[in-house]
Design a protein around this ligand. Sequence first.
Ligand SMILES: Nc1nc2c(ncn2[C@@H]2O[C@H](COP(=O)(O)OP(=O)(O)OP(=O)(O)O)[C@@H](O)[C@H]2O)c(=O)[nH]1
Length: 309
Amino acid sequence: MLRLRERLARSGSIGRGILTLLTRGAVDEDTWDEIEETLLLADLGPDATDELMEALRRRIQVLGTDDAAAVREVLREELVTLVNPDLDRRLAATVRTAPDGTEVPSVILMVGVNGTGKTTTVGKLARVLVAAERTVVLGAADTFRAAAADQLATWGSRVGVDTVRADRDGADPAAVAFDAVKEGVAQGVDVVIIDTAGRLQNKKGLMDQLGKVRRVAEKGLHGDTVAEVLLVIDATTGQNGMQQARVFSEAVNITGIVLTKLDGTAKGGIVVNVQRELGVPVKMVGLGEGMDDLTPFDAYGFVDALLGD
Ligand SMILES: Nc1nc2c(ncn2[C@@H]2O[C@H](COP(=O)(O)OP(=O)(O)OP(=O)(O)O)[C@@H](O)[C@H]2O)c(=O)[nH]1
C-alpha cells in the first residue's frame, strides 16, 4: 500500500489537491470552479466530474468545512463510489474443464496499441502468476514487430516460462496463438497469455485480426472460450488513450483493462473514465518499469493513495 501511495504521488491532485481546496475555508463559487477544473485536468471525464461536484456540493454544504477529517471522509466515500468497489476484478487464471471434459488453460489475450507497455505487461503478468504458483505459457502473436517476440521471450526466460513464437517474421499471428494454446494444453498449464499486435489500422482491420486470433486460439480449447481479453492502455495518454480504448472495445469483447504507467501521471481520473466508457473493470495497474511493478487494482487502496495521509 505504501508503494501505491508513493507511486501515485503525482496523481494526488484529484485527492489531496481537492481536499486542500475544500478545507481552506468557506468554499465559494471560484473554489468550486477550481475543483471542477482540477477534476477535468485529472481526466475524470465530464460525467463523473458532474456527479462528484454535485455530491460534494450537497454534502459539504450540510457538513461545513471546519472538520477536515469529516470532509476527507466525504471525499473518500464519493471517490470510492466513482471507482466502484463492487466490480469483479478477479482474473481468470486457473485450469478449466472444457465442455468435452478436457482440462484446458485459461487463455488471456492481451490487446492494445503498440507502445502502451503491452509486451512488458505480459511479462510482468507472467511473473505475478508464477509468484502465485500458477503455471504459464506465453504466446508471441505480435508478429508484425520483429523485436516483440525477442522481448517477450526474454521476459519468459527471466520468469522461467516457455514462450511460443513464430519461426519467421510476419507469420500469421493466429497460427502462433493456436500453437501457444496447443503447447499450453500439452503442458497442462494454468494460463496461456498471448501478446497480440497493436497496430491501430481501422476498426474493421482490427476486428478481423483480433477476431481471427481469438477464433483460431479457441480451436485448441476443446469447446472452451478465451477466458480474458485484457486491453492495455497507457494512463499518460489522456484523450488519445480513451479514443484507442473505444476502438478496441468496439472491435473485440474486452473483459478487463490494464492501465500502465499510472506512476508517471497526474491523471489518475482515467481509472473512472475508462471503466465507465467501456463498462469493464480496471483489473491491474502498472506502477513502474520493474518486474514487480504490476499490481491488482483495488478501489479502496487506490483512493487512499490519492488522498495521502
Ligand atoms: N513508468 C512505467 N513505465 C512502463 C510501465 N509499463 C511499461 N512501461 C515502459 O513503457 C515502455 C514501453 O513498453 P513496451 O512493453 O516496450 O511497449 P510495448 O507496448 O511492448 O510495445 P508493444 O509490444 O509494441 O505494444 C518500456 O520502456 C516499459 O518499461 C509502467 O507501468 N510504468
